[in-house]
Design a protein around this ligand. Structure first.
Ligand code: FES
Ligand code: FES
Length: 165
């Protein structure tokens, strides 16, 4: 079946089996292996991507269900000069990752959270991130990182826009 969607702003047209998952289509057909597969049945959150701005488990969606959608994967966090996104910086600085397997899904859930609430507070961060499981960090560093990233992003938003020449 023909499927067309945009991923991180790039238009993709694929010919997929009806039962192909979105995760497999992203990883194997689009070459975007940043989206990880852990449990493959909707429990761990490692495969989380944004579909039209909302978090979705790419292991539970068929690629055909994303037809016409705008998708964001962890690769979409990369800045224009390949710099890390403030969330990625904060995960590094605050020890929000060890093996990194859960990290792409964590980042996408955190991005959605901060997009919708720039100053969520630790309790809300824990609640909103409860669908993403990490077996390494103990979560403290992840909460610290998201809190710090929220602060950085608020500072960026508060900076006056550069005057045009
Ligand atoms: S791989 Fe999709 S939720 Fe675990
Ligand atoms: S950093 Fe290893 S699973 Fe989260």
């Amino acid at each position: 079946m023909d499927v067309t969607f945009t991923v991180n702003g790039d238009r993709m047209r694929l010919d997929v089996e009806p039962r192909r998952t979105l995760a497999d289509a992203l990883r194997e057909d689009c070459g975007l292996t940043g989206t990880h597969l852990g449990c493959e049945h909707g429990v761990c959150g490692a495969c989380t991507v944004l579909v039209d701005g909302e978090p979705a488990r790419a292991c539970l969606m068929f690629a055909v269900q994303a037809d016409g959608s705008s998708l964001t994967t962890v690769e979409g966090l990369e800045g224009q000069d390949s710099e890390l996104h403030p969330l990625q910086e904060a995960f590094v600085t605050h020890h929000g990752l060890q093996c990194g397997f859960c990290t792409p899904g964590m980042l996408m859930s955190a991005l959605h959270l901060l997009d919708n609430d720039p100053e969520p507070g630790r309790e809300k961060i824990r609640e909103e991130m409860s669908g993403n499981i990490c077996r390494c960090t103990g979560y403290q560093g992840i909460v610290d990182a998201i809190e710090a990233a929220g602060e950085s992003l608020r500072e960026v938003d508060a900076e006056p826009a550069e005057a045009s020449p």
